[in-house]
Design a protein around this ligand. Structure first.
Ligand code: ADP
Length: 453
């Protein structure tokens, strides 16, 4: 500043010196002339630069800083430096804001900023999707005009934000958990989380507990009733025997239920089967057929068709339990005299298909998608009467999930059902031998088949 002042004095000093020299050499008239010319030139020079500064300052924000000479050159250079610095700071600020914006966009929840009047200032894309708003058109609109659910309006007006509020919507997502975080003077940040899935899981858990309690309560009530009768009444030995047998039945039902619950919980606790191994499928199919026959007590015709001998990679125990459940269901839901066909083949893509086809009661189309839900039964009393726990197909589903296999269900009420397990190609290896087991009466035709027992 001091040097600019000094440099600024140089030209007036020069003009003064020239005036003195003119006075000494040519007299006062000349001196006055020299002074007038010098002063005029100096004033013109500064006015021109002042005009440049004024034009720049009133021009667009990004206008180039003007250039100048003499003392103005330094001043303009200093302004130029400041402008450059300010621009760099603005760029940095812009990049910080952009990073914050990107971070807010990446948050898996909806984020909404509300001003002190509850009007929307900013929202990330997820908030737009969750709440159904469109920015920037909805900027400045009161949030309660967009979310009109009474529970939300009460929550916002109540001003008590320690706990989130659950808000149901007719659009997706159907259930939002909304948390309000006050900040600044009296602005608010609103966090919206989609809890539709979480709530569905919680509801399933509640239903499951209610179902288990109900399933256990029925046999327990029956057993308690019989115990009371046995204690209170002096029964004849035959009647006593009958009551004890009924109690035994109920105890077995409970035992089966607990066994299935334990099996299901073990299956759910891990994603992969614990004991993966390669095993031959034919012996397993023969075991299943023999178990089916024992279960059917000769009341059903059971046929086994093995199209392709193969080995399977997986848990033998788990697959045996899943296949066994399908066989037992086929027997339980097929009236005496019916026919059940167990069949295995390696499909064209190298995957395996194990099917259990029965000529039983069949299943109406609307029930099919829900059959693998825990405790879902088409006919509760028939399931109970045949010793069903309502968990068989849920177990099958979990075993198949762990083997990346699928269950296909094809059924016609009154005609029968076919349950098919489709194993992925990487779990199946074709082996050379081919075997077919048929009942002595029904001679099913199978290309290249051979009787196995
Ligand atoms: P449950 O112990 O009741 O048999 P599952 O989970 O094994 O339980 O089967 C669920 C329901 O699916 C059964 O209650 C029954 O209504 C129906 N279902 C299963 N298999 C068959 C079948 N082969 N034929 C007709 N209905 C079946």
């Amino acid at each position: 500043m001091k040097s600019a002042f000094r440099r600024g004095l140089a030209s007036p000093a020069l003009a003064a010196l020239a005036t003195l020299v003119a006075w000494a050499v040519a007299g006062p008239a000349w001196a006055a002339g020299v002074l007038a010319v010098g002063a005029g030139a100096i004033i013109l020079f500064h006015l021109r630069h002042l005009q440049r500064v004024s034009d720049w300052a009133s021009g667009p924000l990004d206008a180039e800083v003007p250039s100048g000479s003499g003392v103005w050159a330094d001043a303009f250079a200093a302004i130029h430096r400041r402008v450059r610095l300010r621009k760099a700071q603005q760029r940095e600020m812009g990049s910080i804001i952009e990073r914050f914006r990107k971070a807010a966009e990446a948050i898996p929840d909806g984020v909404l900023l509300l001003d002190r009047h509850g009007h929307i200032e900013w929202a990330n894309a997820r908030a737009e999707q969750y709440v159904g708003l469109a920015m920037p058109a909805d900027r400045g609109r009161p949030i309660v005009n967009l979310m009109r659910q009474p529970e939300f309006i009460r929550f916002m007006e109540g001003g008590e934000y320690a706990e989130p509020v659950l808000v149901e919507q007719s659009r997706e997502p159907h259930l939002l958990s909304i948390q309000v975080v006050p900040y600044g003077a009296s602005e608010k940040m609103l966090l919206a989380r989609d809890v539709t899935q979480l709530e569905a899981v919680a509801r399933m858990r509640r239903d499951f507990i209610a179902n288990v309690s109900h399933e256990l309560k029925t046999p327990l009530t029956v057993i308690a009733g019989f115990i009371e009768t046995l204690q209170d009444l002096d029964l004849e030995p035959r009647q006593r025997e009958r009551y004890l047998a009924l109690m035994q039945d109920q105890a077995s039902n409970m035992q089966r239920l607990v066994d299935d619950l334990l099996a299901l919980s073990a299956l759910e606790s891990e994603h992969n089967p614990p004991n993966e191994a390669e095993f031959a499928l034919v012996p397993l199919l023969l075991e299943l057929s023999a178990q089916g026959k024992a279960l059917a007590h000769g009341q059903h015709e059971i046929e086994l068709i093995i199209g392709d001998a193969a080995t399977v990679v997986g848990s033998r125990d788990e697959l045996a339990s899943a296949f066994g459940n399908l066989v037992s269901n086929a027997i339980r839901y097929t009236p005496p005299g019916g026919r059940i066909v167990l069949a295995w083949e390696v499909a064209a893509d190298g995957g395996g298909r194990f099917s259990v086809k029965d000529s039983g009661i069949g299943i109406a189309r609307e029930h099919i998608p829900r059959l693998t839900e825990r405790f879902y039964r088409v006919d509760r009393s028939r399931s109970r009467a045949t010793g069903g726990t309502g968990l068989g197909l849920a177990i099958v589903k979990h075993v198949l999930l762990r083997h990346q296999a699928e269950l296909e269900i094809d059924s016609e009420p009154g005609e029968g059902s076919t349950f098919t397990v489709v194993l992925p190609p990487r779990r199946v290896k074709r082996a050379p031998a081919v075997a077919v087991e048929r009942p002595p009466v029904a001679q099913a035709s199978t290309a290249g088949g051979e009787t196995a027992d």
